[in-house]
Design a protein around this ligand. Structure first.
Ligand code: NAD
Length: 347
């Protein structure tokens, strides 16, 4: 079976985790990746472990990793290393787009600050008439709503976009769709997530987007914060961010699938520890409803405490990417949420 060629947009915490996991899957091949300063691409495929180990900027890091591999392997590897384009540029998304013959699918691991940033990237690809499968891990309700407005454009480009395909929304929202099946009426869906990361700088966008949910903050204010501002805020709470009543797209995605009628029936909150890798609390999805016999009960889905944010976001995203390829093969195009299809399992 031919491998599916993937471009990853964003090479931060989740982009690098994606490269590592793609490297462990025989069905997938990483052929392009970018960060805000440049792109690395190769028709022959990139070395996922070289991407995963980069500390600073992607292009310099990839060049250095390739040079040391070539030195270690001797002259025979030089041809492989020079097949790779690793270039700094001002418009990495545009450069990836112009190399669209190199990949069949795109995993979007970009920050979504401001809210319209990722919908704007999808619009750009659709307007260029690139027929591809996209999967994103968007979180905000307003961002996912904006994306759905592009459905006709995406259909015209004969593309498939699966949105909100991380952990929440993503795996936990999909679990709620399954849980709802036991009930004649769903009353509430409560998602409480726990994430522990040893160093916030490995996941800058995730942390800024979480800060935007704190009382008194907004997407715009979090976007404008310098790293020093973020450090100062985290210092006040020993690195802990506790978030309640988050604006998470689990609500519109569950409404779309018919699980709930009103958005306020979904409540999302969580605790992020930005200084310790151990999860501060377990991640749970609890759906409460009434059965046809009139009994009230709850189903609960609990993630294993040893599973990291990266495992629970990128695993589902790649599973949904495979579902997106399945849809495209069948001639079904447009934008769908993570609650509308089950993810598949990528080997
Ligand atoms: P990060 O800050 O670590 O990395 C972002 C990457 O995008 C960096 O490599 C940066 O250089 C690159 N980038 C920024 N602007 C760019 C541009 N204009 N062109 C090209 N590249 C650009 O981010 P992260 O912590 O890995 O998070 C990525 C996204 O994942 C965030 O939007 C976050 O909200 C989302 N996320 C979703 C879930 C979920 O469960 N759904 C969980 C965690 C994170």
């Amino acid at each position: 079976m031919p491998q599916t060629r993937i471009a990853v947009l964003g090479a931060g915490g989740l982009g690098k985790a994606a490269a590592t996991i793609i490297g462990m899957k025989s069905e997938l091949q990483l052929t392009a990746i970018c960060d805000s300063r440049g792109i690395v691409a190769s028709e022959a495929g990139l070395e996922p472990s070289a991407v995963a180990g980069i500390a600073g900027d992607l292009v310099s890091g990839y060049r250095a990793a390739s040079a040391s591999r070539v030195a270690a392997a001797g002259a025979s590897s030089v041809a492989t290393a020079t097949d790779v384009e690793a270039e700094h540029c001002v418009d990495p998304i545009g450069e990836i787009l112009s190399r669209r013959a190199l990949y069949d699918s795109v995993l979007v691991a970009l920050p979504n600050l401001p809210n319209e940033f990722i919908p704007g990237v999808i619009r750009r690809f659709a307007e260029a008439d690139a027929s591809l499968v996209f999967v994103d891990v968007l979180k905000r309700t307003r961002a996912v709503s904006q994306l759905f407005e592009l459905d006709a454009l995406v259909q015209q480009a004969r593309s498939v976009v699966l949105t909100g395909c991380g952990a929440t929304p993503g795996m936990l929202a999909a679990a709620a769709v399954l849980a709802a099946q036991s009930f004649i009426e769903v009353e509430k869906v409560e998602i409480r997530w726990g994430v522990g990361i040893a160093n916030w700088e490995a996941y800058k966008a995730t942390i800024r987007e979480d800060i935007a949910h704190l009382p008194g903050y907004s997407v715009e204010r979090a976007h404008a914060m310098s790293d020093t501002d973020v450090d100062a805020l985290l210092d006040k709470t020993d690195g802990i961010l506790e978030l309640n009543q988050m604006e998470h797209a689990d609500d519109i995605l569950l409404q779309r699938a018919g699980v709930i009628d009103r958005l306020d029936q979904v409540e999302v909150g969580g605790v992020m520890d930005t200084r310790r890798a151990k999860k501060p609390v377990s991640t749970t999805m609890t759906l409460t409803g009434k059965t046809f016999e009139g009994k009230r009960s709850s189903h609960r889905f609990v993630l294993g405490d040893e599973t990291t944010m990266a495992a629970n976001v990128i695993g589902p995203a790649l599973g949904y990417l495979k579902r997106g390829l399945w849809l495209k093969e069948r001639g079904i195009f447009g934008i769908f949420g993570s609650t509308e299809f089950l993810p598949m399992v990528v080997k």
